[in-house]
Design a protein around this ligand. Structure first.
Ligand code: PLP
Length: 388
């Protein structure tokens, strides 16, 4: 009745857990949300005000499908200051409906049925669905215990059918990021089979030992695509705005798709995004708070039996402890924690086979919520019976 390409797509598990938690809340139960992948902060006031001003000034129409010239120039300027790379705002920069739609159109422009795309395991759960939607095949690369990419394995899996390597740096759910040297190595290997390197850098600004994570753009690789956006660093998930930088040959294909399937990104959201790019203190303050929560969560996890951090999360806002001593069935454990402790976390299995035996705990929640959530988890795990 419905096409296989749609029926083959499973629900986004994080959303399922959120929906179950919300059902419990409607019944009057209190749930602590440590499953969510979005900042709990409101969008900074200056950004909201700029959007309101834009609307009042009548900036409420379609824009250029590439995004407004002002925003593309601001993005190019931002990339030049933060990364030292030159991107041509007329031909190589496109404003997108979040990284999500940008990625959809990039993959739509590149993939033929039967192509292979290499992705990390564990990794962002939506990637395999994007890839399969175009009749291509996701090939998973098992990350090492410390969350790093095994270049040997990458080399082995690259072949004649590999169309692209899709990396996510900093990564959801591991909270690790690739060094510039690793990015260069990935591109060098990909170049041997003329594969594209698509780099989802949506968490680029959220690293806690520096300003910004290294970008694939710094490698100068001719088949590199970088996607980033406003959702995470600027607490703008609901604005649905991102951008990509791609060689113009690919960018024109993506642009055709934007024109046909989307027309243009939101006009006033783009005005607001220009204001977002100029924020300094507000962003630093959000990062400081994330970092405080991160350090607290790491300390708590290290003190708890059964939760093993195989590496320290140093980016994004997720910890991904190994809980296999408690249970090898992460979905069952997550359901138990939700129903018996009122704490929502995401089962590691949602991120791929290698994620099983882990849970993802988000620290995009207040320190008080994290503290109470961890107290509740600690107590609930004591009465956990894996056989029940
Ligand atoms: N990429 C990754 C790795 C993510 O974790 C998410 C959201 O959680 C997205 C992309 C979605 O980004 P956007 O809001 O820009 O569509």
């Amino acid at each position: 009745m419905f096409p296989g390409r749609v029926l083959g797509i499973g629900a986004f598990e994080v959303m399922e857990i959120l929906a179950e938690a919300q059902r419990m809340e409607r019944r009057g139960e209190r749930v602590i949300h440590l499953e969510i992948g979005e900042p709990d902060f409101p969008t900074p006031a200056r950004v909201v005000e700029e959007a309101c001003r834009a609307m009042r000034q009548g900036d409420t129409h379609y824009t250029d499908a590439r995004g407004t010239r002002e925003l593309r120039c601001a993005i190019a300027e931002h990339l030049s200051t933060t990364l030292g790379v030159d991107a041509d705002p007329s031909r190589e920069v496109l404003v997108t409906g979040g990284v999500s739609l940008g990625l959809l159109f990039v993959l739509a422009s590149l993939l033929e049925p039967g192509d292979e795309v290499l992705i990390a395991d564990p990794g962002y759960p939506c990637y395999p669905n994007f890839i399969r939607f175009f009749g291509a095949r996701p090939v998973r690369l098992r990350l090492q215990r410390d969350g790093s990419l095994c270049l040997e394995e990458l080399k082995e899996r690259l072949g004649g059918r590999t169309r692209a390597v899709l990396i996510n740096t900093p990564a959801n759910p591991t909270g690790t990021y690739l060094t510039e040297k690793e990015l260069r190595a990935v591109c060098e290997l990909a170049s041997e089979v003329k594969a594209w390197v698509i780099s989802d850098e949506i968490y680029s600004g959220l690293i806690y030992d520096g300003e910004r994570s290294p970008s694939v753009l710094q490698t100068g690789y001719e088949r590199a695509v970088m996607l980033d956006g406003f959702s995470k660093l600027y607490a703008m998930t609901g604005w649905r705005l991102g951008y990509l930088v791609a060689p113009w040959q690919l960018a024109v294909q993506v642009l055709k798709l934007q024109q046909n399937f989307y027309i243009s990104p939101s006009s006033f959201a783009q005005r607001a995004a220009i204001a977002a790019l100029s924020l300094r203190e507000e962003v630093e303050e959000m990062k400081r708070q994330f970092d405080r929560r991160r350090r607290y969560l790491i300390a708590r996890l290290r003190s708890m039996d059964g939760f093993r951090l195989t590496h320290e999360p140093k980016a994004a806002y997720y910890a991904f402890p190994d809980v296999s001593e408690i249970s090898r069935d992460s979905a069952k454990l997550a359901r138990y924690l939700l129903h018996s402790a009122g704490v929502a976390v995401t089962p590691g299995a949602a991120f791929g086979e290698a994620g099983e035996g882990h849970v993802r705990i988000s620290y995009a929640a207040s320190l008080e919520s994290i503290a109470e959530g961890m107290d509740r988890i600690e107590a609930a795990v004591e009465s956990w019976d894996d056989g029940c």
